[in-house]
Design a protein around this ligand. Structure first.
Ligand code: PLP
Length: 450
């Protein structure tokens, strides 16, 4: 135990000793450091605190540990890669695992996806996809298609591309004018019309028609791509209305606009199929992924391209670099080894469809909380869920934050919160008993919050 891990057991004023230097991401640093919540190790469905308390992980780390924690085949594969090929460049060089992984991924996705571009995170996947979309139009002689359309409440990571098309005001307002030429669809969520929907809400497909309005304003010939999460995750599990994604596909196809699905959360089994587009039966042109690709073990992201997109780049002299884009760690050997082992675990344990098997159990467990005080909505799809609380007057976000803290310290349960929403996404190995325990723990917490 070092000073930092000991910190969890110390009084708040002592706890921050040795914690100051880490400028924590997306964290209320001072509040956290005054009363730290530390995780020291993990196994299967659980984290363990430095004092050894076992905490049930109801958020798969950060929507990513789909195979469960510290799975031996994945750990072994990473260790072996670290010992045999610590790093290899993929600029004008290659290593076998990168090619093998790309083949495995396109086989998993199936037609019409035939190529994969690697990066290291969801944010990078989004920036890569936006750049591929712009360059693709240009290569086809439509370089005037530069506009990008995102959606209110969308989360696409934190790169300038991602926050520009993203629609979470807190992530945008501090950082200047962002990318030019970006417009936004309205969010699909409407509490009055959709409260307590199970799975896809019936109301809201017409919101996709807003795209026609945006196109009429700018003209289709100026628009490169539309990017949406099939299910918005970080904004609090906003499930697409029945027919909405189909309509977006129809409109984008009609106008020659690329459709990008950001599947950083919905990819790799989260909603009952390997990819979200498969669940909804709507085929986009580019798909961004990360997180579950190797169960969150080593940073890795990937953009899947529909057939024809890669081919459009394969022109000009043989020796010309076709896409001037990439990262030092694109297809890092440790990340690839982890992904290959993770895909084996997913296949051998049927994890990429397990969310579909558990969906009814999950849905019933979450919706059993409907009568709990302050609960104003419950939403779910696959193994994603959200319980939305009425904001405390004058203190928005306080209730869900308290739920998160109480769940961790008093119920040994890790749940995520965003605004006044408790968001849930357990590892795909979760048992039915653990689902019941998540719901019971949350009920007990919420009943103790004013
Ligand atoms: C849909 C979506 N896109 C992009 C990202 C950004 O991923 P990262 O944090 O790996 O950059 C996230 C992260 O939660 C996400 O949910």
């Amino acid at each position: 135990m070092n000073d930092l891990t000991r910190g969890a057991a110390l009084a708040p004023e002592q706890a921050s000793a040795g914690m100051d230097a880490f400028w924590m991401p997306f964290t209320a640093n001072r509040q956290f450091k005054a009363a730290p919540r530390l995780l020291a190790r993990a196994e299967g469905m659980h984290y363990y605190t430095p004092e050894g308390r076992q905490v049930l992980d109801a958020q798969a780390g950060l929507w990513c540990v789909n195979a469960g924690h510290c799975r031996k085949p994945i750990v072994d594969a990473i260790a072996q890669a670290a010992a045999s090929l610590d790093f290899a460049p993929t600029f004008q060089m290659g290593h076998p695992m990168a090619f093998e992984l790309a083949e495995r991924l396109v086989a998993l996705a199936g037609k019409p996806f035939d190529h994969v571009f690697f990066c290291n995170s969801g944010s990078e996947a989004v920036d890569s996809a936006l750049k591929i979309a712009l360059a693709w139009h240009r290569l086809r002689g439509e370089g005037q298609r530069t506009r990008l359309i995102g959606r209110e409440r969308g989360y696409h990571g934190v790169g300038f591309g991602g926050i520009s098309v993203g629609g979470i005001v807190g992530n945008r307002k501090m950082f200047g004018p962002l990318l030019p030429g970006v417009d936004h669809l309205p969010a699909t969520f409407n509490l009055k019309e959709q409260a307590f929907s199970r799975g896809q809400p019936q109301w809201g497909a017409h919101l996709a028609d807003e795209l026609e309005r945006i196109i009429a304003l700018h003209d289709a010939s100026t628009i490169a791509a539309v990017i949406v999460e099939p299910v918005a995750g970080s904004a609090g599990v906003l499930v697409p209305p029945v027919g909405y994604l189909e309509r977006l596909r129809e409109i984008t196809s009609k106008h020659g606009i690329l459709l990008i699905f950001d599947e950083v959360i919905t990819g790799f089994g989260r909603i009952g199929k390997p990819f979200g587009w498969q669940r909804f039966g709507v085929i986009p042109d580019l798909v961004t992924t990360a997180k579950g690709i190797n169960s969150g073990t080593v940073p890795l992201g990937a953009v899947f391209a529909r057939e024809g997109i890669y081919d459009a780049f394969m022109q000009g002299p043989q020796g010309a670099i076709e896409l001037a884009h990439g990262y030092t760690y694109s297809a890092h050997p440790l990340a690839c080894a982890a992904a290959l082992a993770t895909l084996d675990v997913y296949r051998d344990e049927g994890l990429l469809t397990r969310a579909a098997e558990l969906e009814t159990c999950w849905e019933d467990a979450l919706h059993s909380l409907k009568d709990v005080r302050n609960v104003i909505d419950i939403r779910n799809i696959g193994l994603m869920g959200a319980v939305e609380l009425a904001p405390r007057p004058g203190a928005p976000g306080a209730r869900a934050y308290e739920a998160h803290v109480k769940a961790f310290f008093e119920e040994d349960l890790l749940v995520r919160y965003t605004g006044d929403i408790v968001a849930l996404s357990p590892p795909l190995i979760v048992s039915r008993e653990q689902i019941d325990r998540i719901a019971a723990g949350l009920r007990s917490v919420l009943e103790r919050i004013d």
